[in-house]
Design a protein around this ligand. Structure first.
Ligand code: DGI
Ligand code: FE
Ligand code: FE
Length: 189
C-alpha cells in the first residue's frame, strides 16, 4: 500500500486524536531519519502504522496476534495496553502488505522497546514520545535530546515508562526493563 492508502485505511479505525498522533509520529520519525541517516520514507510509513490497531477491540487484536502465530506471555496477556504493538505488527503485514522486517519490528517493539534496537526501531520508539502533540512537562528537553543522542532519548523514555508503571503498580515488561538497562550507558551525564 502507498502511504496515502495507509492514511485512508487507518483514519476510520482510529479516534481523531489517535489519527493526528499517527500523522505526527510519522512526521517526527521522518525528521529523525533525516538526522540519523535512516530512510525517511520508511520511517514515515512505520510512524503512520505504529498505532494502527490501537482503537480496535481487544478481541480483534487477540485474533490478529494468533493469526500472526504469536503467543503472548502471561504478563502480555494481562497487559492489554501492550497488545496494539503486537497486533499492529501483524496488521502491517496482513493489511498493508509490509514485507520489511525492520518496519514490522519497529511497530512490534514501539511500546516496550528492547535491548539492541535497530536505528528504525529507536526512531519510532522516540518519535512516539516526542511527536508534535505531546505536551507533558519536559517534552521540549527530550525533543532536543533526541536530535543530539537518540540512544539517550530511548533511555529517558524507558526510564520514564518504568517509573510510571511502578507508580501505577503495573508489571514492567522484560523488554522495557532490558531497554532501560541497555541504553543507560548513553545517559551518564
Ligand atoms: O500507543 P501510545 O499511547 O502512543 O504509546 P505506547 O505505545 O508507548 O503505549 C503506552 C502505554 O503502554 C502506556 O499506557 C503504558 C503501557 N506500557 C508501556 N510499557 C509497558 C506498558 N504496560 C505494561 N504493563 N508494561 C510495560 O512494560
Ligand atoms: Fe502505541
Ligand atoms: Fe503512539
Amino acid at each position: 500500500m502507498t502511504d496515502a492508502e495507509i492514511v485512508k485505511t487507518i483514519c476510520p479505525l482510529q479516534t481523531r486524536e489517535r489519527f493526528i498522533h499517527s500523522l505526527n509520529v510519522a512526521q517526527m520519525a521522518k525528521k529523525l531519519a533525516e538526522r540519523y541517516g535512516e530512510d525517511p520514507k520508511k520511517a514515515y510509513t512505520a510512524g503512520l502504522i505504529h498505532d494502527a490497531t490501537k482503537n480496535i477491540s481487544g478481541e480483534e487484536q487477540l485474533a490478529l496476534i494468533s493469526s500472526g502465530g504469536i503467543e503472548l506471555s502471561e504478563l502480555e496477556k494481562n497487559s492489554p495496553k501492550l497488545w496494539h504493538a503486537v497486533s499492529g505488527s501483524v496488521f502491517a503485514v496482513e493489511k498493508f502488505g509490509i514485507a520489511d522486517a525492520d518496519v514490522i519490528n519497529a511497530v512490534r517493539y514501539h511500546t516496550t522497546g528492547r535491548a539492541g534496537m535497530s536505528m528504525l526501531e529507536k526512531i519510532i520508539y522516540v518519535a512516539d514520545f516526542i511527536s508534535a502533540e505531546r505536551d507533558y512537562e519536559g517534552v521540549e528537553d527530550i525533543r532536543r535530546t533526541a536530535f543530539e543522542s537518540l540512544e539517550k532519548a530511548v533511555y529517558i523514555g524507558a526510564d520514564f515508562t518504568v517509573k510510571k508503571l511502578n507508580s501505577l503498580s503495573l508489571p514492567v515488561h522484560p523488554d522495557t526493563q532490558r531497554a532501560r538497562q541497555f541504553y543507560k550507558i548513553y545517559c551518564k551525564d
